[in-house]
Write a protein that binds this ligand. Structure first.
Ligand code: WTA
Length: 647
């Protein structure tokens, strides 16, 4: 987001107080919670830990040896037990846990008892395949109940899962399998997307050439697509489940045992395996889910994220199920078969809380209000957003057309690394400003600092940091604690650097501006510029590439690539499409550049560093800033000319 845009945001004066009716019934109805957490931060988290069922009590809230934290020291628990078993003794046993809506229109409801049975059976399947506590399992599935079942089954046996988003390519899947050295892969024959079938098993087969850690592949039949089943390696999920017992004790895990690994993009080409552990994570996600979404037993909660992302981990699976909620899980696209699919689902299941992304809201805005207007959305009582800054216009549209001007909106800022929501309104007490994620959650200490790490005064901006550890924080990068320390705690000692820029205003409200590092946020998905650049350079025609995130009306940011070709290569009509397709094959469709520009040289500093900020200015048609460090000024002029012609 540009500086001018931000100044406009700061002039945003609209303020929305919590509706009286909402406040009267809210889980958190008094601002005392902030004061209490401020006076005794660890005491606040200790109190939140009571939400979780511990097999053995913890001895100490926090052991902090910067940058390494241990939360709820020596506590023993199991995440799957907390999400399932403990709900079975009372009436919740027969409450809907997962309500699944398939893209073709099929649906399935699993009660807590059903889910417990299937998870226990699949945990036994995993055990029969040799999976033991500590072994890694990769999950490459569509948004079907088996994704949640597989995750919880891993948690049950104590095997950290690594979920890989179904939209990632074979090569991305392979990298993630190899990095975690997973023993078992769970996938499906295919996945539905806008009426087409994405061949997940075929992708998995390609991924497994060049990977030798996987001993078995479990294949869920979803689409009926023909697949190759390799003898001795591949088994069908439904066949294995038929034979599996539904009795499986949940393994007692240490609070600090890994619950999962989730790969995310950073500033280098290699995705980072963010490690989340069990105790603090479960406390963090259940507390935030309950307090921020004001969860009641009658609620029908719908988080539209894919389980391949952290939002799906924390707010489809672990948070809501720990809280005994009813969760909607939708497999497909928002415009299939028609552009009112989301609103049809809300009407069908009487959804009360909707949690989605600004990019989706902007898409709905583009389609126009007639789609939500033809459905009954009166069941909604609270809305949420996550993934990127929301522009006030989109916020207002969401408020008016989806929330009927009666639902508070919780704009939640957080990251794969934070595991849980970190800045957000509490809907019964926080006045809302469209475009601001408002204030830190109780017990979270956030600060905007300058380059030297000094806090900036209210009304100004800088780098967004977190001063104190929090329960659901990542513990390390899988297999690379040094990278963990340097990436997050290397800039200012003992202080977590988010990679985001932000300002805080006179009221102490935070306005997140976006990434200040080499990460592009496309439709709320993090893509490293280095990853796309490596994919481009991998093409035989490309000598060098530089990518930037260009402001995009719907996606927030889009990938723009600047490419220099090898000496003998001619620019042909098909080359641009070929390069775009190459990136999609290497990484996944989400990384496909919107535009590619050929240039004889890339603008570099005299020390050889590509000046991405300059490329961004060119791509967005802005006046160029300081170019005195540029090695060859003519490069920029020729690029500017080209951009004028082509963009
Ligand atoms: C951005 C997604 C502004 C931010 C949970 C962050 C946001 C990155 C917001 C993390 C928000 C997420 N307002 N920006 N409400 N939520 N972001 O790891 O740049 O996929 O660093 O986690 O998304 O993306 P990630």
């Amino acid at each position: 987001m540009s500086e001018e845009r931000f100044e406009a945001l700061l002039e945003e004066t609209r303020l929305f107080q919590p509706p009286e009716e909402f406040k009267a019934q809210a889980n958190v109805a008094s601002t005392d919670v902030y004061r209490e957490a401020e006076e005794d931060r660890l005491g606040f988290w200790a109190k939140q830990a009571e939400r979780i069922t511990w097999f053995e009590p913890w001895k100490e809230v926090l052991d902090w040896q910067p940058p390494f934290a241990k939360w709820f020291v020596d506590g023993k628990l199991n995440a799957s037990y907390n999400c399932l078993d403990r709900h079975l003794s009372g009436w919740r046993r027969n409450k809907a846990a997962l309500v699944f809506e398939g893209e073709p229109g099929d649906s399935r409801v699993l009660t807590y008892q059903d889910l417990h049975r299937e998870v226990s059976q699949f945990a036994n399947v995993l055990k029969s395949l040799g999976v033991r506590k500590g072994d890694r399992v990769t999950i490459y599935l569509p948004m079907i109940p088996e994704a949640a079942i597989a995750m919880l089954a891993c948690a049950r046996v104590g095997a950290p899962h690594s979920v890989v988003f179904g939209g990632f390519s074979a090569e991305s899947l392979r990298d993630r399998i190899n990095d975690s050295q997973a023993k078992v892969l769970v996938t499906s024959d295919g996945s539905y997307r806008r009426g087409n079938i994405v061949p997940l098993k075929a992708n998995a087969d390609v991924a497994l050439q060049g990977s030798d850690s996987i001993e078995h592949v479990v294949v869920v039949k979803r689409t009926g697509t023909d697949v190759n089943m390799q003898e001795d390696r591949d088994i069908w999920y439904h066949e294995a489940m038929q034979k599996a017992s539904a009795k499986c004790e949940a393994e007692s895990m240490d609070a600090e045992d890994a619950l999962y690994i989730l790969y995310t993009s950073g500033t280098t080409g290699k995705p980072k395996g963010v490690v989340h552990t069990t105790g603090g994570y479960m406390v963090g996600v259940s507390a935030t889910h309950s307090m921020i979404f004001d969860i009641k037993d009658e609620d029908v909660f719908w988080c539209t994220a894919d389980v391949g992302w952290v939002t799906g981990h924390s707010y489809i699976v672990y948070g809501p199920l720990a809280n005994g909620s009813t969760v909607i899980m939708y497999e497909g696209a928002p415009d299939y078969p028609a552009k009112d699919r989301f609103w049809q689902i809300i009407e069908k299941y009487r959804v009360t809380i909707l949690y989605t992304a600004p990019t989706s809201i902007r898409t709905f805005m583009k389609w126009g209000p007639s789609y939500p207007q033809r459905r009954d959305l009166s069941s909604l009582r609270l809305l949420g957003t996550v993934g990127e800054p929301i522009n006030p216009e989109a916020w207002m549209w969401y408020y008016k057309y989806i929330g009927g001007e009666k639902c508070p909106i919780v704009d939640t800022w957080w990251q794969t690394e934070t595991g849980m929501i970190m800045m957000t309104p509490l809907p019964g007490i926080t006045a809302l400003k469209p475009g601001s994620c408002t204030v830190p959650f109780p017990g979270i200490v956030v600060q905007v600092v300058d380059k030297g790490g000094n806090p900036v005064p209210k009304g100004s901006g800088g780098y967004l940091t977190v001063r104190e550890p929090w329960p659901a924080m990542l513990r390390t990068i899988y297999g690379d604690p040094d990278r963990y320390a340097s990436t997050y705690y290397g800039t200012w000692p003992g202080v977590y650097f988010t990679g985001d820029g932000a300002k805080w205003d006179e009221d102490g409200y935070f306005w997140v501006l976006g990434r200040v590092d080499d990460v592009i946020n496309v439709s709320g998905h993090r893509i490293g510029t280095m990853e796309v650049e490596s994919a481009l350079v991998d093409h035989p025609s490309v000598a060098e590439a530089a990518c930037i995130g260009k402001t995009h009306e719907v996606k927030g940011q889009a990938v723009s690539a600047f490419v220099t070709l090898k000496e003998s290569v001619e620019v042909t009509d098909g080359l641009v499409d070929e390069l775009k397709a190459h990136v999609a094959t290497k990484i996944g469709a989400l990384a496909r550049p919107d535009d590619i520009f050929f240039t004889a040289e890339l603008p570099k500093t005299r020390s050889g560093k590509i000046m991405r900020r300059l490329l961004r200015d060119i791509a967005e048609g802005r006046a160029l800033g300081d170019t005195t460090t540029l090695a060859d000024a003519s490069v920029v002029n020729s690029l500017k000319e080209q951009y004028k012609d082509e963009a």
